[in-house]
Design a protein around this ligand. Structure first.
Ligand code: FMN
Length: 385
């Protein structure tokens, strides 16, 4: 059965300016760095962005982790601010939260090849094979320590995504690294994301090695039991799991007692034939010497994100859910909140829409009005289904 058409957006003057900027600055990584510069510039303007009161919500957790009060349910996904740069300025872009990182134990340069990012405009998608470049947990946690209060004043929550160092296969070392990065990140941030599903590092993915996943999660949750206050711990999954694997991963995650799930990471590019894409796989740019295609993000993922959130919400009614993958319109945000997400995370849309999140906040408000929803606080219709 064909899925219903997705809510769409026309191009305004700002989007055309963005297209011109993309044609002038061909290096996608350089363009990415301009995001924080742009946020800082906006922060110097006399009028600041104020979130609409109707979008403010407090996200409460079943395990009594500290709740998050945010001015918008739209967060910046991990990878969008890998260095935790200029955090408070991102409030000017309309975000209600930021997941910084992913952070490894030490500074990590990521994959050596270039380019590591490529746009697939036909699908409003992106391929990336950054390989988890980041300045290390200490740097990121220090920035979060420094700016958490200012971000809270702007109703923005801060999370840190932590991960194991690419290439490390020794399980004891993985445990010890995850423990150290988790402890440091936990001390600083409002919530933690465990990124065990990066398709770009050449490692076997930990989120499909169910036994190891279970061991890591129970280790992390044992540590959390010794720490106060209690904060939310999320696990980020990959979108390409078959039903059998997904079911056993969900069981493992539920047994571990983690607070929530981030659904999902990028989709492995080598398996993109499973996505309904207009770009043929032979037109993808190889993003590694091996010819590997990196991870695909953007609009094409949404066809999977919404039904997966709906399905997983039914399986795990208590689990918190952050939805990510192809969310590029405010109506999609409302659909996901209706389906069971507590908040959403976006990244690739920033490459296609100028002031994307401010626009999406506006579209979300509009969609709420037409569904006669006065406020997002406490909005969880899936609880009654
Ligand atoms: C360039 C790039 C870098 C990313 N880096 C990370 C990362 O370091 N850690 C992580 O958990 N996810 C990372 N992601 C995945 C995003 O957080 C998100 O899950 C994915 O892109 C789907 O959302 P989108 O379609 O809105 O981009 C990255 C994505 C992109 C495009």
């Amino acid at each position: 059965m064909d899925s219903p058409p997705e809510p769409d957006y026309g191009k305004d003057l700002g989007d055309r300016f963005l297209d011109t900027a993309k044609s002038l600055i061909s290096n996608a990584e350089t363009r990415h760095h301009l995001l924080a510069t742009y946020a800082r510039l906006r922060a110097t303007l006399p009028s600041h962005y104020h979130p609409a009161p109707a979008l403010t919500k407090t996200i409460r957790f079943h395990d009594r982790s500290l709740p998050l009060t945010v001015g918008s349910p739209i967060f910046l996904a991990a990878g969008g601010n890998k260095t935790a740069e200029s955090l408070p300025a991102f409030a000017e872009l309309g975000f209600g939260g930021i997941t910084t990182g992913s952070a490894t134990l030490d500074k990590w340069d990521g994959n050596p090849h270039r380019p590591r990012v490529s746009l697939l405009p036909l699908d409003r998608a992106m391929q990336n094979s950054m390989g988890l470049n980041n300045p290390g947990i200490e740097h990121i946690a220090k920035e979060v320590d420094r700016y958490l209060g200012r971000c809270h004043k702007r109703k923005m929550a801060l999370g840190i995504s932590v991960t194991d160092t690419p290439g490390v296969t020794d399980e004891e070392q993985i445990f010890s690294e995850v423990e150290t990065t988790f402890r440091r990140g936990y001390g600083a941030a409002d919530y933690i994301e465990l990124n065990l599903s990066c398709p770009n590092t050449g490692n076997s993915r930990l989120d499909t090695n169910v036994e190891l996943l279970g061991d890591i999660l129970s280790h992390v949750m044992d540590i959390r039991r010794t720490l106060a206050p209690r904060k939310a711990v999320f696990v980020k999954l990959s979108p390409d799991m078959g039903m059998k694997t997904l079911e056993s991963v969900l069981q493992t995650v539920a047994d571990s007692g983690v607070t929530g799930l981030v659904l999902f990471n990028t989709f492995p590019g080598d398996r993109s034939k499973f996505l309904h894409m207009q770009t043929a796989q032979e037109n993808f740019l190889p993003l590694a010497e091996s010819g590997a295609l990196g991870g695909v993000s953007g609009r094409v993922l949404y066809q999977n994100t919404l039904p997966a959130v709906r399905f997983i919400r039914k399986q795990l009614p208590h689990m918190a859910i952050f939805a990510a993958g192809g969310i590029d319109h405010g109506e999609k945000v409302l659909d996901l909140l209706e389906a069971g997400a507590d908040a959403v995370q976006v990244y690739t849309v920033l490459a296609y829409r100028w002031n994307a999140v401010i626009k999406m906040n506006r579209e979300l408000l509009q969609a709420m009005k037409s569904h006669e929803i006065a406020s997002l606080d406490g909005y969880a219709p899936w609880r009654n289904n």
